[in-house]
Design a protein around this ligand. Structure first.
Ligand code: HEM
Ligand code: NAG
Ligand code: NAG
Length: 603
């Protein structure tokens, strides 16, 4: 490794006198590289299960475990096949809990907790731990004094990010997601994740404004107490509201003095003020903002009946904890369940982890943010009732919600298919600048390569460009641009990766994303033993709201007429057979049965 570094070093222009041997990532199996003197290094293999100069030799138990461990592809295959067997397992609570416990632990042990690095510090430092304004990093930045931007592999200069976007990421023709994902999902994803992906662009891509680093519902209540105060009624625990045609809406920017980033052309009476400043951007975000806002006030009414003795503050705080619980329940059992395509029924039950060693804390990483840039979900136009809206008509246009009514917008988003995320060439032209920015920001923060991330998350590095894309044409383009498979960058790699059969994602996005996601959800304070009990949520009634939450109920309880919804495209005929008292299991069964038989385009 040192030899490689010296050869590369000898090719460098004179005057650049240091060559950091850690540039070549010599330490394997999550061992930590530390420089020693100006041209030496040491691998710290402590508790990796490996030893030797480069942490290459497995200890006996490590060898045994890795030999017996099935590959992610095998595990995925098992979980997405054998429906009959899974239907039985799903009903045996003991087995279901054991499997869910295994899923949670095997994923979350891949996340360092407390966090170890950020984009400034590639070594442990108190600043990493204590300064919450930074996003954390799963992998340290490439050291500043390396021969190439990705360490030692690849060209001295990376390909133009605009060219990468145009050749490999930009949509030619809309590719619908074969898992049937709809726009209710796409906007839920955007709405949900913007509470913890809230980059502080004044400081730069390494910094976040969402210092709660997780599911704290700051997008409903505001990040600061000051903003929260502007949105609160300070009576009955509720948020300030107005009634429009018999339905509840937030007050406006003018009325609350809570700033929002609306386009100047938006009329005052349509500038609704909600927790997150950018949620006026698209009606999809505002739809969810209104649903959660109504849910908060609805939960306050229920709590008030249970606790007429409580003051505003306790009602407000308890309702917030209930909504956090509902969110996590919906994300695990509806949202992740849908994305996974598993026949195994995922379960949100914090008690499963009480017998394991688990840290109830979380820090959002920039890599998680990068891999969540799912703009390929977006369609070319938005179909609502008999109208077709272009982005120009759709963006910043809250009157769409009022003119059609929120329930009709739910119906429309439930029917319209979202795009496939992996597989390349499916990012709509209107947001291509966002894809370019993801690449540019990753470079600024000195991300390591796609293959370095694969190794960190216990995947085999890709061996060739065709191994990555599963086809020849994009593989050739990539080869021309990057030259070396070990020099492919994280974001373009994730997006062009060959999807799994009939799936929205390739392997890497799941194997990196699932650990971040599950750690973030289960690491929430409400999942800890002292919080996870009925009294935290105002008693049995509140606890039940959390434990029975679903996307269907969130919508049904808060949109007029209880429109049927899910995270996948629903057959309108099927929708008609479902009502409030249909259990979620039954609803999902009906939907899945329909989905298996017909392509979505025909529904
Ligand atoms: C209506 C459509 C959408 C538009 C116009 C849009 C536009 C944007 C823009 C302009 C940015 C900031 C880019 C930058 O400067 O780095 C952004 C960030 C982002 N978008 Fe979207 N987006 C849309 C939908 C979505 C959806 C459906 C998702 C799904 C997950 C998503 C996920 C993200 C994420 C994770 C970020 C990073 C946020 C941050 O770091 O603060 N977006 N988007
Ligand atoms: C965190 O670090 C940034 C950049 O060094 C600095 O501007 C900020 O003041 C720090 N925040 C705190 C709370 O120390
Ligand atoms: C906003 O949506 C309404 C329909 O609700 C439409 O009539 C109007 O033209 C849209 N506004 C813009 C600026 O496109």
């Amino acid at each position: 490794m040192i030899a490689l570094c010296l050869i590369l070093f000898s090719l460098l222009p004179l005057g650049q006198l240091t060559c950091n041997p850690c540039c070549s990532n010599p330490c394997q199996h999550r061992g930590i590289c530390m420089t020693k003197g100006f041209d030496g290094y040491e691998c710290d293999c402590t508790r990796t299960g490996y030893y030797g100069r480069n942490c290459n030799t497995p200890e006996f138990f490590t060898w045994l475990k890795t030999t017996l461990k099935p590959t992610p592809t095998t595990v995925h295959y098992i979980l997405t096949h054998f429906r009959v067997v899974w239907n039985i397992i799903n009903h045996i609570q003991y087995l279901r809990n054991a499997i869910m416990g295994y899923v949670l632990m095997s994923r979350s042990h891949l996340i360092e907790s407390p966090p170890t690095y950020n984009s400034k510090y590639g070594y442990k430092s108190w600043e990493v731990f204590a300064n919450l304004s930074y996003y954390a990093r799963a992998l340290p930045p490439v050291p500043p004094d390396c021969p190439t931007p990705l360490g030692v592999k690849g060209k001295k200069e990376l390909p133009d990010s605009k060219v990468i976007v145009e050749r490999l990421l930009l949509r030619r023709k809309f590719i619908p997601d074969p898992q049937g994902t709809n726009l209710m999902f796409a906007f839920f994803a955007q709405h949900f994740t913007h509470q913890f992906f809230k980059t502080d662009f004044h400081r730069g891509p390494a910094f976040t404004n969402a210092i709660g680093h997780g599911v704290d519902l700051n997008h409903v209540y505001g990040v600061t107490l000051e903003r929260q105060a502007k949105l609160r009624l300070f009576k009955y625990g509720k948020l300030k509201y107005q009634m429009i045609r018999g339905e509840m809406y937030p007050l406006t920017v003018k009325e609350t003095q809570a700033e929002m980033n609306y386009a100047p052309s938006v009329p005052e009476h349509l500038k609704f003020a909600v927790g997150h400043e950018v949620f006026g951007l698209v009606p999809g975000l505002m739809m969810y903002a209104i649903l959660w806002f109504r849910e908060h006030n609805r939960v306050c009414d229920i709590l008030m009946r249970e606790h007429p003795e409580w003051e505003d503050e306790q009602l407000f705080q308890t309702a917030r904890l209930i909504l956090i619980g509902e969110t996590i329940k919906i994300v695990i059992e509806d949202y992740v369940q849908h994305l996974s395509g598993y026949h195994f029924n995922l379960k949100f039950d914090p008690e499963i982890l009480f017998t394991h060693r688990f840290q109830y804390q979380n820090r959002i990483t920039t890599e998680f943010n990068t891999l969540y840039h799912w703009h390929s979900l977006l369609p070319e136009t938005f179909l609502i009732q008999d109208e077709e809206y272009t982005y120009q008509q759709f963006m910043f246009n809250n009157s769409i919600l009022l003119d059609h009514g929120l329930s009709e917008v739910v119906r429309a988003f439930s029917r319209q298919s979202a795009g496939r995320i992996s597989g390349g060439r499916n990012i709509p032209a209107v947001v291509q600048h966002v894809a370019k920015a993801s690449i540019d920001h990753s470079r600024k923060m000195r991300y390591q390569s796609l293959n370095a991330y694969r190794k960190h998350f216990l995947l085999q590095p890709f061996k060739s460009f065709e191994d990555l894309t599963g086809e020849k044409e994009m593989a050739a383009e990539l080869e021309e641009l990057y030259g070396d498979i070990d020099a492919v960058e994280l974001y373009p790699g994730l997006i062009v990766e060959r999807p799994r059969p009939n799936a929205i994602f390739g392997e890497t996005i799941i194997e990196l994303g699932a650990p971040f996601s599950l750690k973030g959800l289960m690491g929430n304070a409400i999942c800890s033993p002292e919080y996870w009990k009925p009294s935290t949520f105002g008693g049995k009634v509140g606890f039940d709201i959390v434990n029975t939450a679903s996307i269907y109920k969130l919508v049904c309880n808060n949109a007029k007429g209880c429109p049927v919804t899910a995270f996948h495209v629903i057959n309108p005929k099927t929708a008609a057979t479902i009502n409030v008292s249909t259990s979620r299991a039954a609803r999902d069964e009906v939907n899945r049965a329909v989905l298996l038989k017909k392509p979505y385009a025909e529904l």
